[in-house]
Design a protein around this ligand. Structure first.
Ligand SMILES: NC(=O)c1ccc[n+]([C@@H]2O[C@H](COP(=O)([O-])OP(=O)(O)OC[C@H]3O[C@@H](n4cnc5c(N)ncnc54)[C@H](O)[C@@H]3O)[C@@H](O)[C@H]2O)c1
Length: 363
């Protein structure tokens, strides 16, 4: 097991990569403000993984409660958070209670927002069960819910007390979800670490075949990068914005498809292609690197185009509503080369329209 520290002074915490679900109870001893713990999960994860987690917590003398949220991005919603508030109040949780997220990014974001807001904030533990959540969503403290007008529009920065990553849970993860996690992993390679990018190029097939050594390596590398970036800029005022590579256009695609067409990582994959095309057009990224990134995205089994037609004007309107817009200017994270990106808010709108029209088959 490897421990990675996210150093945020009094909000510091550790990511335990390679621990076992069965050990969570005993490992949580040092993070126990009170006895009550609410495990938030969904029906799919509940069936496979809730029992060992609950057992280990009970053995460590916790009073365990569970809340099961239906599966899907559409449940990262105001309606579900209201129901969860009611559960906390009905079960008489209090300010010393703990919320544990057992699931993918949807559960992590939702349960984290619950922890951030109920009783003005209670302890929060992340147990991510998708690759995307293990390499990205569970780290860094961004928690939140969607609004019908846009993704993640309601939220907070609220750090967990610890993140426990059991690689074995990836055995049951559908291939599509594994690929989605790979999109975020490729992102780290492009924005920060060319060696990670080359490693992914060399080992893509092994990773897709769940080679544990390769998986552990990429998760550790990704988590270490995220930890560094979050340490330097917890509240996304500057450096942390680079983590949004592929997300500017990606979020619009997700919103336009009503969170049902492409999943997050798939939309981000197309968003990365859009960012690369913009960077290439601006003379920043050479065509060799543009093609190399596209090839790796394809080899991961991710889309590089939107299959259905999207309305261009609507796309541009939603783009301007995104959280990444500041004073009316859209921020794009654009690669200069593999391993380095810059944030630009001066991309000409005509250029954005032309590239989106092409990649998203807009009309
Ligand atoms: N907070 C952040 O920093 C951050 C970063 C990236 C993404 N996100 C958010 O994360 C969400 C996407 O997360 P996701 O991709 O993990 O999706 P998800 O949470 O919907 O999980 C994907 C699917 O996998 C299932 N699942 C989870 N673990 C499983 C397992 N071990 N075995 C079998 N099935 C399993 C889930 O039930 C679900 O059907 C989005 O809402 C996105 O906005 C947040």
């Amino acid at each position: 097991m490897k421990e990675i520290k996210v150093d945020l002074k009094d909000k510091s915490y550790k990511i335990y990569v390679g621990c076992k679900l069965e050990d969570i109870g005993s490992r949580l001893k040092e993070y126990k403000p009170g006895r009550k713990i609410l495990v938030v999960t969904n029906p799919i994860v509940e069936k496979i993984y809730l029992e060992p987690v609950v057992k280990s917590l009970q053995e460590a003398d916790w009073d365990v409660y569970t809340a099961i949220v239906p599966d899907g991005e559409e449940y990262k919603s105001q309606a579900e958070i209201s129901k969860l508030y009611s559960v906390c109040i009905e079960k008489k949780l209090d300010r010393k209670s703990t919320i544990l997220a057992l699931g993918g990014g949807v559960i992590g974001d939702l349960a984290g927002f619950l922890a951030a807001t109920i009783f003005r904030g209670v302890s929060f533990i992340q147990v991510p069960t998708t690759l995307l959540a293990q390499v990205d969503a569970s780290i860094g403290g961004k928690v939140g819910i969607n609004h019908p007008r846009g993704k993640n529009l309601i939220g907070a920065f609220y750090q967990p007390k610890a993140v426990f990553i059991d690689l074995n849970v990836l055995k049951t993860l559908p291939q599509r979800e594994l690929k989605i996690g790979l999109a975020e992993t490729i992102k780290y390679g492009v924005i920060w670490d060319k060696d990670l990018f080359f490693y992914l190029e060399e080992n893509m097939q092994k990773i897709k075949d769940l080679d544990w050594v390769c998986l552990e390596h990429i998760i550790q590398q990704a988590d270490a990068i995220k930890a560094i970036v979050v340490q330097k800029d917890e509240q996304e005022k500057d450096l942390r914005r680079i983590l949004n590579y592929g997300h500017t256009a990606g979020h619009v695609i997700e919103t336009m498809m009503d969170y049902k067409g492409y999943k997050h990582g798939e939309a981000v994959a197309v968003g990365m292609i859009i960012a690369n095309r913009i960077a290439q057009k601006l003379g920043m990224l050479n065509s060799q690197d543009t093609q190399r990134i596209k090839k790796l995205i394809e080899r991961a089994g991710l889309p590089t185009q939107v299959a259905e037609k999207l309305a261009l004007d609507e796309f541009m309107n939603i783009l301007k509503l995104d959280k990444k817009v500041e004073e009316g200017k859209v921020n794009f994270v654009l690669p200069v080369r593999i391993g380095e990106v810059v944030v630009r808010n001066d991309v000409p709108e005509d250029m954005v329209r032309e590239i989106i029209k092409d990649v998203c088959k807009c009309n």
